[in-house]
Design a protein. Structure first.
Length: 560
């Protein structure tokens, strides 16, 4: 039969049961399905640990992609302490009678949920990792030059996609019980769309037209073909953008071909004797104004002819300032040989030698080899020949000009003229032997040979070229200065062996054929000196040279 509450209480007191001081949780308490009644808090926590490790599965959707992962990957966690706090409060609120009922198995059952939470930062990180492939950058439209149609075309743009990870992470943190998370995916527009670029491409195509330039006050002109004009600009998202480097290079070429600089008075050989040739004014481009006009014309499709503003070029040396030809003396000479040169190289040697012969350098001014030579262009009589470019010996315009600059350097160096600019070749060149180091490389534009006339009178450059004997001589004439110049042999500081030969397949060659296109040379560090004795005393100067080690290169026809 059942017992009354009083009987239960009396029985408990009779057997000495202490209800109020017990630290165990009251019977009948459950947390997340785990019976924690009658357990100490520590024991209950251990019982719940196993449940804590069993994280639920969460399905994440972002656009067309779906993933199902453990909630712990998204920052989900069970809070055992908070879960037991609720059970402990309920245990404390039970009266003595309820506790005694629990002792005999009649306790009221109370269920408490497992308290969970989500770390929003970890949720963002986990979602960002899952949706990484969903995120894409927008693809800008581009204007491309179609080499088949020779016209600009526009490639399509594509929007980017961005998963709204922040919003989804915050939603999950607010409701850790969620088992499905939807991450919205938004599109963002490309910065350059095909629609915005199409007008620029149309203008780029209209700008491709023949363009004629003319020097003001003359009938001197230059011509650019449509594709040459197209090389002067880019079609970009912001519109037509000039390629400044190309614009300046083409402008320099055009002005170099059209300009007619003043000709200083000079000497010429007639009947074996020097005679004076008078000066002559010229006309050249007003560089600043002409470049501005050129830029403007390139960008205006309606313009097909542009006039470069010009200005008078005034001679700096008159015939009256030239010394009496009868008083000219041979001050110094330089010599070189060019045996085994190709016919093209010989043409360039002869042309360059003829162009600088008769050049007069006023006292106190610099001799510029490129200035005396003029542009290295087909229009000035130069043809293709071997040059050093891009780390290789290759066919290029003007190969052989350096034979003349080298010989000129030897003459001016022997005359004692101060060196303003002198550049060596990349590697030791056989044409300039055996006088190693006594050479000067030039390249149009930008690499020049410059030496100052420090004598008290103008000097004359005269060349003697003997193609039959493959010899070239450059002479320096003027009023001989009162000084002696002693040129010393080169001092070699170090030598570096050349690298092994390189073999390059050339599909245009017959299978099995082999030809040498570059030749090996050891590298050197060296210097040359000269001693000058004049009224100021005795001084020695030095010119340093460093030749790179150079590999031989062979081309061969690959076998099928």
């Amino acid at each position: 039969m059942g017992l009354s509450a009083a009987a239960l209480l009396g029985g408990a007191l009779a057997v000495g049961v202490t209800v109020q001081g017990d630290d165990r949780l009251a019977p009948g308490l459950r947390v997340a399905g785990v019976d924690v009644g009658g357990l100490t808090r520590e024991a209950a926590a251990l019982a719940l640990k196993e449940r804590e490790g069993a994280a639920p599965r969460v399905t994440v959707r972002a656009g067309p992609r779906t993933w199902t992962v453990g909630a712990d990957r998204l920052g989900w966690r069970a809070d055992v302490g908070a879960s037991l706090d609720a059970a402990a409060r309920a245990s404390a609120e039970r009266n003595v009678l309820e506790r005694l009922q629990g002792l005999i198995g009649q306790a009221r059952v109370q269920e408490f949920p497992l308290v969970t939470g989500v770390d929003a930062a970890k949720a963002r990180s986990g979602l960002a990792t899952l949706t990484r492939e969903v995120n894409t950058q927008p693809r800008n439209a581009r204007a491309i030059f179609d080499k088949t149609t020779l016209r600009y075309a526009v490639t399509p743009d594509a929007p980017g996609r961005r998963a709204a990870v922040e919003v989804a992470a915050n939603a999950y943190a607010a409701n850790p019980a969620l088992t499905t998370l939807t991450v919205s995916v938004t599109e963002w527009k490309a910065g350059v769309t095909a629609e915005s670029l199409r007008g620029h491409a149309l203008l780029g195509n209209r700008l491709m037209r023949p363009l004629t330039v003319r020097l003001e006050g003359t009938d001197l002109t230059g011509e650019l073909k449509p594709l040459q004009v197209a090389n002067l600009y880019w079609v970009r998202g912001e519109g037509i953008v000039l390629d400044e480097g190309m614009v300046k290079a083409v402008f320099k070429r055009l002005t170099g071909e059209m300009d007619r600089p003043a000709q200083n008075a000079r000497y010429a050989l007639r009947g074996g004797e020097f005679v004076k040739v008078g000066e002559q004014a010229g006309r050249v481009t007003d560089r600043q104004a002409a470049l501005a006009a050129f830029r403007e014309a390139i960008l205006n499709p309606a313009v097909t002819t542009v006039v470069f503003p010009g200005e008078v070029s005034v001679p700096t040396l008159t015939a009256a300032e030239l010394p009496d030809p009868a008083g000219l003396e041979l001050i110094a000479r330089g010599r070189s040989t060019y045996f085994h040169s190709s016919p093209q190289r010989r043409v360039n040697v002869a042309n360059a030698a003829a162009r600088i012969s008769g050049m007069v350098v006023p006292a106190g001014e610099d001799f510029s080899f490129l200035g005396a030579l003029g542009p290295i262009t087909p229009g000035n009589g130069f043809v293709g020949g071997l040059i050093i470019s891009g780390g290789r010996t290759v066919d290029g315009l003007g190969g052989g000009v350096c034979q003349v600059s080298t010989t000129t350097f030897r003459a001016l160096y022997s005359a004692g003229l101060p060196v303003v600019e002198r550049n060596s070749h990349s590697y030791r060149v056989g044409y300039y032997e055996p006088q190693v180091g006594f050479e000067a490389a030039v390249y149009d534009p930008g690499v020049d040979l410059r030496m100052r006339n420090d004598t008290r009178a103008p000097i004359l450059i005269k060349t003697v070229n003997d193609n039959a004997r493959s010899t070239l001589e450059v002479q320096v004439w003027g009023v001989k200065p009162e000084r002696t110049v002693t040129v010393h042999p080169a001092v070699i500081l170090s030598r570096t062996p050349h690298p092994p030969a390189q073999y390059v397949a050339n599909p245009e060659m017959r299978p099995g054929a082999l030809r040498q296109v570059d030749w090996a040379q050891d590298g050197y560090k060296l210097y040359i000196t000269r001693t000058i004795k004049d009224s100021r005393g005795v001084r020695t100067d030095k010119v340093s040279t460093e030749y790179k080690p150079w590999r031989a290169v062979y081309e061969f026809g690959p076998r099928g």
